[in-house]
Design a protein. Structure first.
Length: 280
């Protein structure tokens, strides 16, 4: 039923399907970001639980929708291409923090100098305080943006592989977990003093926009280079696993809400497994 509806909406071309899939996951990221206008002050406990949920969805999706199908269906049972992809995905994400100075203006709309002053004041003490507040935010937004990239690639690769039920399950799961991520980015932006609630929402939306072109790229790449498919699936999984271990788990366990975050992770994992079974 869901597959038929999606085909009526997006057609049978994998590239168009990936475009629609990218719109869905970016749109749900925007829903999360704009919800800061309504839910203005979510507690740290709630955010940690929500991010834990996102991590659980990503964890299950990495294996059920990427690694296992990559090995069994697209690499003829061979571990090599998928493992190579996993390692490459982790390496790329590991180097991602080095890109912070270059993407700072893209993510926030302001340069380091603009972020370090307020109303034209260039007092050194104020600049130092502002930098201490803004820099962790930039790293956080970049981390979320970077890990949106392998998620989007995973969706594109899923549609490019031709396994529509698997691709739809992955799209829905990643879209659902994008909602708390978008909210987290918007709240972090607002709390760091970047401006109005609307600007905080736009900041969250901006971190999700990268998903649209990358989803299309994933479908195009595997459509014209089928042998790359297991490598691409491994790459997307490696990127998501790196983010779970390096970003989400430490962040959700550093403020005393370990139990909530852990329960959120388990719920997210169960939701993704349920979607995977339900959609076949």
């Amino acid at each position: 039923m869901l597959e038929e509806f999606f085909v009526r909406l997006a057609g049978t071309d994998p590239i168009w399907q990936a475009l629609v899939g990218g719109l869905v996951i970016a749109g749900l990221n925007a829903v999360g970001a704009l919800s800061v206008i309504v839910w203005r002050d979510p507690s740290e406990r709630a955010l940690d639980g929500a991010l834990g949920f996102a991590g659980g969805v990503m964890l299950a999706a990495s294996f059920t929708s990427l690694i296992i199908p990559g090995i069994e269906e697209y690499a003829n049972g061979s571990l090599f291409p998928v493992v190579v992809g996993v390692l490459l995905g982790a390496i790329v994400l590991d180097r991602g923090e080095k890109w912070v100075p270059y993407v700072q203006r893209l993510v926030t709309g302001r340069s380091r100098e603009e972020l370090s002053t307020d109303g034209g004041e260039a007092v050194a003490a104020h600049r130092a305080a502002s930098e201490r507040r803004i820099t962790p935010l930039i790293i956080f937004i970049v981390a979320i943006t970077l890990h949106n990239m392998p998620e989007a690639l995973a969706v594109g690769v899923g549609f490019g592989s031709g396994n529509l039920s698997n691709a739809i399950a992955l799209m829905l799961a990643i879209g659902i977990q994008n909602i708390p991520e978008g909210l987290a980015v918007a709240v972090a932006a607002r709390n760091a003093g970047l401006g109005s609630l609307f600007y905080a929402g736009v900041t969250g939306i901006r971190s999700g926009l990268v998903e649209l072109p990358i989803a299309v790229f994933g479908a195009v790449a595997v459509s014209f280079a089928a042998p790359l498919l297991p490598y691409a699936m491994g790459f997307a999984a490696g990127g998501m696993l790196y983010v779970i271990i390096d970003e989400i788990v430490p962040q959700t366990h550093e403020r005393g809400h370990e139990r909530v975050a852990t329960l959120g992770t388990i719920v997210g994992l169960v939701v993704m497994l349920s979607l995977d079974v339900a959609l076949g």
